[in-house]
Design a protein around this ligand. Structure first.
Ligand SMILES: [Zn+2]
Length: 326
């Protein structure tokens, strides 16, 4: 039976159950956390552990069995902390490798040009085979991003490195996009050039678009799309009704086997002052919103239990199931 690595060790994909495919537990700016820990952890790390345990307990009680933490290198992941959290809450957590950048690379990466085998590939494969940051926790997902700057040389290098680590290990790829810029299509082009089977790629944040033709194109090429920002409503983003109507329409068109659901909600971040967030944070933007509000709304829009089961259980298991390199 196919298995996936989780914080608590390998798990049969058939037992993953209902899975949120794109969430974040913590992301902190590592150099700030190292030198100014009082700024990254104003209440202390223990308080963040307690808060994450409490929130993930509520997620579990809402009917979710597995959370995929899509926090990569460059994004401020803290797998040691996630491991402490998971010791206190009974839920599967899958952690990620890959590299989260919109175009900048630190000198460590920049001054190691990818002649021959890219150091990035070594880093990703290390996280998958040996574990992340000496925790022994192995990554079950490879993450990369294309944002407003588009396919810059650094981003193309990162995507190619993700593709090569994926082909070496079989661990799936999950992306960040700006759906309005339709840059999931650019990502698919790079992955295809690298020989990647697009059925092993989730084009993330696709749910930020209501452009059915764009979404169909991504899925017709084989990929799974992430309707993965439920709860992120407001300026520039579709509201809940628009997000629900788009997923319902795609289900009606026969695409339920290529959609996954999530919130992209971060439990603790130091990216901004939590007391003064840069955008209005909708009260529903928590990791229980899908269970509590979105699934009933999807059913009201005619989405069947079988289709919900595909999006929450079947598709995550199919994508996450390790199949080895190719
Ligand atoms: Zn994210």
């Amino acid at each position: 039976m196919s298995q996936v690595e989780t914080v608590r060790g390998p798990v049969d994909v058939q037992s993953l159950g209902a899975t949120l495919m794109h969430e974040h537990i913590v992301n902190v700016t590592h150099e700030v956390a190292h030198d100014y820990p009082h700024l990254s952890w104003p209440e202390g790390r223990d308080a963040v552990v307690r808060s994450a345990v409490r929130q993930l307990q509520a997620v579990k009680e809402s009917g979710i069995d597995t959370v995929v933490d899509a926090t990569a290198f460059g994004h401020g992941r803290d797998v040691a902390l996630v491991k402490r959290v998971n010791e206190q809450v009974d839920i599967n957590i899958v952690v990620s490798t890959g590299y989260y950048t919109y175009g900048e690379a630190p000198f460590f990466v920049h001054l190691r040009p990818p002649a021959g085998r890219d150091v990035l590939v070594d880093m990703f494969v290390h996280d998958i085979r040996e574990g992340v940051a000496e925790t022994g926790v192995k990554a079950g997902l490879i993450k990369c991003a294309t944002d407003r700057p588009g396919m810059t040389p650094v981003i193309e290098r990162v995507l190619r490195a993700c593709a090569r680590a994926h082909r070496e290990t079989g661990v799936p790829i999950s992306t960040h996009t700006v759906a309005g810029d339709r840059n999931g299509l650019d990502q698919q082009r790079i992955f295809t050039e690298e020989g990647v089977d697009l059925t092993r790629v989730i084009i993330g944040h696709s749910g930020d678009s209501t452009d059915i033709e764009y979404l169909k194109r991504l899925m017709d090429a084989g990929s799974v799309i992430g309707a993965d920002r439920f709860g992120l409503y407001g300026e520039g983003f579709p509201d809940m009704q628009q997000r629900v109507a788009t997923v319902a329409r795609l289900c009606e068109l026969g695409y339920a086997d290529r959609i996954v659901l999530s919130h992209d909600y971060t439990i603790h971040t130091d990216w901004y002052d939590l007391a003064a967030p840069p955008i209005e944070m909708p009260a529903v933007w928590v990791q229980t919103h899908i269970s509590g509000d979105v699934l009933p709304a999807l059913r009201e829009h005619g989405v069947t239990d079988e289709q919900i089961d595909m999006m929450l259980v079947g598709n995550p298991a199919r994508v996450l199931g390790a199949r080895g390199g190719y």
